[in-house]
Design a protein around this ligand. Structure first.
Ligand SMILES: Cc1cc2nc3c(=O)[nH]c(=O)nc-3n(C[C@H](O)[C@H](O)[C@H](O)COP(=O)(O)OP(=O)(O)OC[C@H]3O[C@@H](n4cnc5c(N)ncnc54)[C@H](O)[C@@H]3O)c2cc1C
Length: 508
């Protein structure tokens, strides 16, 4: 995880910046392994700043997991599922009922491939060549601290960035290795819609896919050992997401131990023990494994050059340097936050350190994230459980989407914003469950990073009617009891002779 100071090794002590620059003539200033969000950010920044840059990618195309197996296909699929869901609920909007045909998943998959192909143009080899970076496709292995070999050819660089991302983990559940299952690598490219799917894991990937496939017509059951879905989130928010999905027909088996998995030939079976200790067997034609991710470090030769890594990923300090100070690790591979925007941010930190030689440290205090269920669940800063675990005396201000005019107009009544403040009423975090929460959180990205006063948000004009007004309203609810207090009323009456109430409701 970023922030863990690696223990200095002998070789690190020897390899000082001075030595690196003296007497060495490396092929490149910057070498990058992995052409995903982190690697592409470094390549683009370093090359445009004049560093001779080599980018190595093992697949045939750039873009990494986000483009091919992650964010882009999942959000494209989610949109198709959302539209299909709306079609089935047309009468909720005063429209005629629509008789929908079953989903042809090949059409959905074709749309996913189309969106990826369009975005792929931004991540093309030609574009990076135009920026000044040389792209090579193949698998690289470190042979010494400055050199990798690819297809038997050595390539040396003054700085290296390992940005090889992560892959889905298949835990050692009895029978799982002998049972065909899918992960995020296959799910977007299926040739038919599975009639039934067991989703192992209730993290963001499992939950997003569970809702989308259920909406498309798959019978879905989600299994997790935890007592809530989306374990990082406050339970109150995660439970609200689960309630929506359960109402749509997703079955949840929480606090469930998975004891074994098998393929009967006709169907796949998952044996679980529920929270009461009772044994059940779940059946489906498809099993999605979404039980966490492991860093892609195999075959890089890290042992050979003594780069420290553990089960979570490559150990880095706050400047994202490994125990070899000229080798950085950015993105999922360092075991930190597994988001594209985190990988991009970390790519920027690497460029600052390696190219500008600025000692810039990664700071995740206000790293936002969003789970793209419907409604979305977005978060920035601390939530209630992390704030309380940090010993902060929290006060929580809430506003519900059912009280937002635009939400009502759009038929989006579920959800709320939670503003968490400390004892000095300084905001420490915001969570939003509701329509377009991932976009709404951006106002808080600017406010928290810019140290904007809550009174500024409360006083700023927001357009009406927008869902974003909820941001202003929740801050208003914090100030309202102070402004409309008896004390203020009495003071105004005293100084300005206000006459008081003109109307009082009769008591029943
Ligand atoms: C289903 C799913 C949905 C997601 N949705 C979101 C989302 O909505 N928002 C969000 O922020 N994040 C999302 N993520 C997470 C996001 O995809 C990752 O955090 C992000 O891709 C990490 O970027 P990276 O550069 O570290 O790794 P990657 O993008 O995976 O790039 C690593 C690259 O390195 C290459 N590589 C690996 N080993 C080698 C080697 N030995 N030699 C050469 N090349 C190598 C790989 O082929 C790959 O191209 C999602 C992930 C999944 C699985």
């Amino acid at each position: 995880m970023a922030g863990t100071e690696p223990r200095p090794t002998k070789s690190m002590d020897k390899t000082t910046e001075l030595e690196m620059n003296m007497g060495h003539n490396f092929d490149f200033d910057m070498g990058i392994i992995g052409g995903g969000a982190a690697g592409l950010t470094v390549a683009s920044g370093a090359a445009q700043l004049g560093a001779k840059t080599l980018l190595i990618e093992k697949e045939q195309e750039l873009g990494g997991d986000c483009l091919h197996f992650g964010c882009v296909p999942s959000k494209t699929l989610i949109k198709s599922a959302h539209v299909y869901h709306l079609m089935k609920h047309a009468t909720d909007y005063g429209l005629p009922a629509v008789q929908v045909s079953p989903v042809d998943f090949q059409q959905v998959s074709a749309r996913i491939r189309g969106v990826i192909a369009t975005i792929q143009e931004h991540d093309s080899e030609e574009r990076f060549c135009g920026l000044g970076a040389q792209v090579k496709f193949g698998t690289a292995r470190f042979t010494d601290e400055h050199t990798v070999t690819m297809d038997g050819k050595p390539h040396s660089a003054k700085h290296w960035v390992i940005a090889t991302g992560s892959s889905p983990i298949a835990p050692p559940i009895p029978g799982l290795v002998d049972t065909p299952f899918i992960t995020n690598k296959e799910i977007f490219y299926l040739d038919h819609l599975p009639p039934a799917m067991i989703v192992l894991g209730a993290g963001p990937i499992g939950i997003e896919m569970a809702q989308a496939f259920n909406r498309l017509g798959t019978r879905v059951v989600v299994v997790d050992r935890a007592d809530q879905i989306l374990g990082k989130e406050d339970k109150i928010m995660a439970d609200a997401v689960m309630a929506v999905m359960a109402a749509e027909g997703v079955d949840f088996q929480l606090e469930a131990a998975i004891t074994s998995v098998r393929d009967t030939g006709k169907v796949k079976e998952v044996d679980i023990t529920d929270q009461q200790g009772a044994a059940h067997t779940l059946q489906a034609d498809t099993i999605l494994v979404a039980m966490g991710r492991g860093a892609n470090v195999d075959g890089l030769g890290l042992d050979h050059i003594g780069v420290t890594f553990n089960g979570r990923g490559i150990a880095v300090d706050q400047r994202l340097r490994t125990n070899h100070k000229h080798i950085f690790a950015a993105g999922d591979v360092n075991g930190g936050f597994q988001f594209t925007h985190a990988a991009g941010y970390e790519g920027g930190i690497v460029v600052s350190n390696a190219i500008f030689h600025l000692p810039r440290k990664a700071d995740y205090t206000y790293l936002p994230w969003c789970t793209y269920t419907d409604p979305e669940l977005a978060s920035i800063g601390m939530n209630q459980k992390t704030a309380e675990a940090a010993g902060i005396q929290t006060r929580i201000w809430e506003e519900e989407f059912k009280d937002n005019d635009r939400s009502l107009a759009e038929g989006e009544k579920i959800g709320r914003i939670r503003l968490i403040v400390d004892e000095k009423e300084k905001p420490v975090g915001v969570q939003i469950l509701g329509p377009r929460a991932g976009d709404l959180i951006s106002e808080w990205v600017a406010a928290l990073n810019g140290n904007v006063k809550l009174s500024t948000i409360a006083g700023a004009i927001h357009p009406y009617p927008t869902i974003g007004e909820i941001n202003k309203k929740v801050v208003g609810s914090l100030f309202a009891p102070k402004i409309f207090s008896d004390k203020i009323r009495k003071g105004l009456k005293f100084f300005f002779n206000l006459k008081g109430r003109a109307c009082t409701l009769a008591e029943n």
